[in-house]
Design a protein around this ligand. Structure first.
Ligand code: AHR
Length: 526
């Protein structure tokens, strides 16, 4: 099946361009923008799982990324030590596996037992050869070593309910059942205790192996959920939500059916979004936050709709379990095999790094409902970490993610933002400043995350805090570069790096003025 739809860059390019309003039209003197923080206006906790990640059997993510048997860079388990260190530095809290599209053709039983006896298969999702040398026990051991929560995605494409149920027994059963005994035979006595399970991947997409309509998917997922919960009542389940945002796709209808049928079984519904800067137009590229916000808010409303009037309704949140910029190694009409052959080895630039802030700002602004998000993916495949046999380098996108991850567990604040606006296309206008804020009630520290998406103008904002102006210096983290296309490579990965400084702000009243440079991502902390 050919892919054509869900990349936001494609829908954007179909829209007529409208010249942005020049910033000169804004007040020339003093602050053009206003940002007001009130630590009492808490949206919700920025759940640590918002800094989740994803590792799929695709290209060089697992083999040659996470896992490289025989490499001098690998530890005794075959895990690349340098990749693990970089993943730690990224602040990863949760890891999704084994896919992705790969999950919809995967038989988990192929990946257990003595490695040399495991079957070599043709992976039908990406048309690649799968050695199965990295399987369930390797993944769970990796997650344990990395210190992250594992998240397994079942095969809801070509797989069966029984396979899904047995997988839970294999990983989580403490007694001496058949599958628990298999796990022990394979070297793991105590249960792995996997808490988070996905009920399939992108089943709404025609490109997916075992693609189903919403009703058929809901029937399958309901039975899988029941069976899996009987194997372990403590697990959390994620329904496959909308990933297909093509013009003909009824993504709202898909979510409505899935939520309606599965409401008493699921804890999350997933959302996936990839974006792209095909036109090389930063202000258009970063305007995609409108779609991200819209998608989250529509699904939030749909969740409310299935819970309203039932005080005992199960809480349901959004797991934004695939997100990233991805457009260089995919073009409309490519088959999955053609995409897979590229290895999805995107070389990220400075504009992509800014987009990381845009996504994370949106997740933080919706911290009441987005309780999980997974960057797709961890290494080599559309990833912030890039390896070869001798080492690795960090892509431009690595740095904002690592910095935002320090805000995990904090309270997201509902910030008032008045910013000069622009109209990047025929859609509604939006502010140049894209903002989120978090607050640590214990230390009383505020983090203010500001993306200036104007590629032409610095914007001065008056930053106010109802709790008062900063008592001391403000610490500034800033990511900026004159060349939006600046990238990294081996031996040259210090081009796009954040600068930090401590700044004494001239306070007036309960705030201060700060100028956010054009095309920059700034985190102020005080
Ligand atoms: O992350 C790459 C692919 O994008 C995943 O396998 C799939 O779920 C999505 O379409």
């Amino acid at each position: 099946m050919k892919r054509h739809r869900w990349l936001l860059c494609l829908t954007a390019s179909a829209l007529a361009a409208v010249a942005p309003r020049p910033l000169g039209a804004q007040p020339a003197a003093g602050a053009a923008a206003r940002i007001k923080i009130d630590p009492d206006r808490v949206i919700g906790e920025v759940h640590p799982h918002v800094f989740g990640n994803f590792a799929e059997h695709l290209g060089r993510c697992i083999y040659g990324g996470i896992f490289e048997e025989g490499s001098p860079l690998a530890d005794g388990d075959g895990f690349r030590r340098d990749v693990m260190e970089a993943a730690k530095g990224l602040g990863v809290t949760l890891l999704r596996w084994p896919g992705g599209n790969f999950a919809s053709g995967y038989n988990w039983k192929d990946g257990i037992g003595p490695r040399d006896q495991r079957p070599v298969r043709r992976d039908q999702a990406w048309d690649a050869i799968e050695s199965n040398r990295f399987g369930t026990d390797e993944f769970l051991r990796y997650a344990e070593k990395l210190g992250v929560e594992p998240y397994l995605c079942i095969n809801a494409g070509l797989g069966t309910v029984e396979d899904a149920r047995n997988w839970v027994e294999y990983t989580n059963e403490a007694s001496n059942t058949y599958w628990a005994q298999q796990r022990r035979k394979n070297g793991r006595d105590k249960p792995w205790n996997v808490k988070i399970w996905g009920l399939g991947n992108e089943i709404d997409g025609p490109w997916q192996l075992g693609h189903k309509n919403a009703e058929d998917y809901a029937k399958f997922a309901l039975e899988a959920a029941k069976a899996m919960r009987r194997a372990d009542t403590s697990i959390k389940l994620i329904a496959s939500g909308s990933s297909n945002f093509g013009p003909a796709a009824d993504w709202v209808g898909w979510n409505r059916t899935v939520l309606d049928r599965l409401r008493s079984e699921i804890d999350y519904i997933s959302l996936h979004t990839y974006i792209g800067n095909r036109e090389g137009n930063l202000e258009k590229f970063l305007a995609v936050s409108r779609d991200i916000d819209d998608r989250i808010e529509v699904v939030k409303g749909q969740i409310q709709a299935v819970r309203v009037g039932n005080p005992r309704a199960r809480p349901i949140h959004i797991a934004f379990d695939e997100w990233n910029s991805w457009y260089r190694t995919i073009t409309p009409g490519m088959t999955e095999a053609q995409i897979g052959a590229t290895g999805l080895e995107e070389k990220y630039d400075f504009a992509d790094a800014l987009a990381m802030g845009m996504f994370l700002n949106s997740f933080i602004r919706h911290a009441d409902v987005v309780k999980m998000a997974n960057l797709a993916q961890l290494v080599n495949v559309i990833a912030p970490i890039f390896t070869n046999k001798e080492g690795l380098y960090l892509q431009t996108t690595y740095f904002p993610i690592a910095e935002y991850a320090k805000q995990r567990g904090l309270s997201s604040l509902d910030v008032l933002v008045e910013s000069p606006k622009y109209k990047p296309d025929a859609g509604r206008e939006l502010g140049y400043l894209d903002v989120s804020a978090t607050y640590d009630p214990k230390s009383k520290q505020v983090y203010l995350n500001v993306l200036n998406r104007s590629d032409k103008a610095d914007i001065t904002a008056r930053v106010e805090n109802v709790a008062g102006a900063p008592a001391g210096p403000v610490s500034v983290w800033e990511l900026n570069h004159p060349d939006l296309k600046a990238t990294h490579t081996f031996g040259n990965d210090k081009v796009v790096r954040p600068v930090t400084r401590s700044a004494s702000m001239k306070a007036s009243g309960n705030g201060f003025e700060y100028t956010f440079p054009k095309h920059s991502l700034t985190i102020l902390k005080w």
